[in-house]
Design a protein around this ligand. Sequence first.
Ligand code: ATP
Length: 268
Amino acid sequence: MATLTGSQAPPRPAAIALRGVSKTFTRRSTAVRALEPSDLDIEPGEFVSLIGPSGCGKSTLLKLMAGLLEPTEGSVSVDGVLVTEPLPQVGVAFQKPTLLRWRTVLDNVCLPLDIAGDGGPDGRCRARGLLEMIGLAGFEKHYPRELSGGMEQRVAIARSLVGRPSLLLMDEPFGALDEFTREDLNDELLGVWQSEPKTVVFVTHSISEAVFLSDRIVVMSVRPGRVHADIPVRLSRPRDRGLRDKPEFYEAIRHVRAALDEAKGGGR
Ligand SMILES: Nc1ncnc2c1ncn2[C@@H]1O[C@H](COP(=O)(O)OP(=O)(O)OP(=O)(O)O)[C@@H](O)[C@H]1O
């Protein structure tokens, strides 16, 4: 029987394809142009960070990908499907963990499964496994008020992963944390991403965080936002914390910083 191999196989659609996507927010008579028409392709399994000056439209872009905002012009597709509403294969994690205070840690992680009517023993077992993977074994029965900020953020990340999303959208998930906790969570996020490959789009203000995590860094320019530079990060994987001491890490940081400096001046 003939099988499709190599060049015969149909091309796999991009995990995310943005075509001429722009966004203007309108309130009464005021219009804010947040994003100029932008094109971007992200391949399945890529880890891509978005970085840029405050107000350049990073969160707007992420919300457009998540189906939480509608583009003013253009289209967003995920796995070849036009995004018109939030899709089940997409997980999201934002800067604020927004845990439900009356639910235990385990029940917070299981929330997406409960909403999807899939909260059986398998899902709970997976939730426990994720809690263990991100260093929260033993805290399943605790309530959010009993956790530190870093622990709450870990719970939010486990929650975003429990439905096995093929695409994970993260908006400054570690922005409110101290540097040590942030580095620990970077290590843990990479561990999860390496053990369960998925496409990740990650918004951050930290150049070193973007370099440590990403295959590519998309640098955006000042408002109205647009893609200023698309920089591949050619550091080998798997990566571990030792990478942060290596000259090639600093070299990559310098490169991204130069692009970011240009992007900041680009609108003036
Ligand atoms: N719902 C909204 N209504 C009106 N304007 C908005 C809305 N959301 C965002 N904006 C505006 O769009 C622009 C881009 O905002 P966005 O939050 O996407 O930027 P950002 O790059 O994520 O910023 P930061 O790095 O500070 O978080 C800003 O000028 C912001 O004021």
